[in-house]
Design a protein around this ligand. Structure first.
Ligand SMILES: NC(=O)c1ccc[n+]([C@@H]2O[C@H](COP(=O)([O-])OP(=O)(O)OC[C@H]3O[C@@H](n4cnc5c(N)ncnc54)[C@H](OP(=O)(O)O)[C@@H]3O)[C@@H](O)[C@H]2O)c1
Length: 474
């Protein structure tokens, strides 16, 4: 039933609202003051935050162990694939999840290896050693610059080609299920700046008496309040202050909410500029009483609005500059239409997460190959100038030829990939600038530390999906 009464308007709450959002009537925005006071919006998670485990094959190797250690230190769930778990434990400690398998033996690549993975970093390689022998910790192999006459201790065809092919094909069914999404708010975790970022914007701003708020409860955020139609009002909402740094979500399709409501129809609203009362882009969604549900809001279906009036001439939502998020319960839909499920009174909507979904594919199989893989047998090549692996490809069991075949199996797999071809690997501390090239002509060296970090960075680099490149230190 619609209330027609007039009630006392709470001027204090009106001022509080405008104050929180950095607006004073007739004077305008004072967000500069809030910025000066250090009110930051770092409750926003601006790193891609795909769930799942990163599987590192070759986790006992020079690069592989560094990838595992770094991921672990960075709090990214990681699992090491090792041929020998005891050796893995000695190298990586007890905290890291390890699984025993041999990529040349498909029967060892069991579901347990791939459980809940989001990506694979493949650091495997044929064991190469000096003909004269090496120490147990392979010092001569790892130093990477002084030349020792090398030999292969295993068959490259099996490891570089068959093994890599086995691994990518076995991983494929598990990797297909992953979507590229970006977590914006994870309300399941405590957020220190929650209260300085989110505030209520109820119809008090136009004389109404509805009252709402949002707060963190255990495992969710709760938007609740009381909506009243007194004083010609009829909406309650919560909104973020204008973000210091607009979010660029232009690579994504829309926003996904995980909510539990009360049967009401709510509005989700985005803004693309920092005006307090500018165009809002709205999407209405229905909730089911006490049921958790996932709501997808495609940017393309947002309705441009100015105070519930549709702006036919507005540009599509500018997803490259997202400045504010808002949730609303309103008596009004758009252009004078009424919300069909609206009734005045108490309401509650819980939120677990707010994500951007439908982003470009991220690399999900990152393979460390080698510079030089296309050079053996290349006409006009001066072998004297080439690194040992190229010069001695035949003596080394065609190691580079089989690496190239392994790369091909990754490129043909249909899994979003990146193939990294490093020049000679060293044990240097790293921290050097890496330069990339294509065409497989460069020579040089790079630190295993830097290559490990590069592989980790690639997990979040959609621009590198389905690319192959050589790399060396500048
Ligand atoms: N050395 C260089 O200058 C250079 C230059 C360019 C590219 N690369 C390539 O870069 C990659 C990483 O080099 P790195 O020095 O880190 O190599 P590495 O220390 O020899 O490590 C190779 C890893 O692969 C694992 N592995 C071998 N066969 C396997 C199998 N069948 N199943 C499961 N795991 C297996 C090894 O496990 P175990 O511990 O059980 O043996 C080891 O963990 C390699 O592909 C290498 O060829 C090297």
């Amino acid at each position: 039933m619609v209330e027609q009464t007039r009630q006392n308007w709470d001027f204090r709450r009106f001022l509080d609202t405008l104050g929180f959002f950095g607006e004073i009537p007739f004077i305008g925005s004072f967000t500069w003051l809030q910025k000066l006071l250090g009110m930051k919006d770092d409750a926003i998670l601006d790193s891609p935050n795909s769930p799942g485990v990163v599987l590192v094959a070759g986790a006992t190797g020079g690069v592989g162990k560094r990838v595992v250690q770094r991921l672990h230190q960075q709090g990214i769930p990681v699992r090491g694939l090792v041929r020998n778990a005891q050796r893995g434990r000695e190298l990586l400690g007890d905290e890291v999840d390890l699984v025993e398998a041999d990529i040349t033996l498909p029967e060892t690549l069991t579901p347990k290896v791939f459980e809940n993975i989001r990506a694979v970093i493949c650091c495997t390689g044929t064991r190469v050693q000096p003909v004269e022998g090496d120490t147990p910790s392979r010092e001569k192999y790892y130093q990477g610059v002084k030349f020792y006459l090398p030999e292969v201790a295993e068959t490259p065809e099996y490891i570089e080609y068959q093994g890599v092919k086995n691994l990518v094909n076995a991983a494929k069914p598990y990797l297909k299920q992953r979507q590229n999404e970006k977590m914006i708010f994870d309300f399941r975790q405590p957020m220190p700046n929650f209260n300085s970022l989110w505030g209520a914007v109820d119809d008090v701003v136009m004389g109404g008496v509805s009252e709402s708020g949002i707060r963190q409860i255990s495992g969710a955020a709760l938007f609740e309040g009381n909506v009243s139609t007194a004083n010609s009002g009829g909406f309650a909402s919560v909104r973020t202050r204008p973000l210091d740094q607009p979010l660029d979500l232009s690579d994504y399709e829309g926003i996904e909410l995980r909510v539990r409501g009360d049967g009401n129809r709510y509005k989700f609203i985005l803004r693309g500029d920092d005006r307090w009362d500018g165009i809002s882009y709205c999407y209405s969604f229905d909730t089911v009483y006490n049921i958790w549900m996932t709501v997808r809001i495609p940017f393309a279906e947002l309705i441009p609005n100015f105070r519930t009036k549709t702006i036919e001439t507005a540009e599509p939502f500018p997803a490259a500059t997202v400045t504010a998020f808002q949730l609303m319960l309103s008596k009004f839909e758009y252009d004078g239409e009424l919300n069909p499920t609206f009734s005045a009174g108490g309401f509650r909507l819980e939120l677990e997460t707010m994500k951007a979904y439908g982003g470009p594919p991220l690399p999900q199989f990152i393979m460390i190959s080698s510079a030089g893989v296309t050079r053996p047998g290349k006409p006009g090549l001066n072998l004297e100038d080439e690194p040992p692996a190229v010069r001695m490809n035949d003596q080394l069991g065609g190691i580079l030829t089989w690496k190239l075949a392994g790369e091909d199996s990754v490129r043909e797999s249909g899994v979003p990939y990146t193939v990294v071809r490093p020049c000679a690997l060293t044990e240097d501390a790293g921290g050097k600038v890496l330069e990339r090239d294509r065409g497989d002509t460069i020579k040089g060296q790079c630190s295993r530390n830097d290559i490990a970090q590069l592989c980790i960075n690639l997990l979040n680099a959609p621009e590198d999906t389905n690319t192959t490149f050589e790399v060396r230190e500048k």
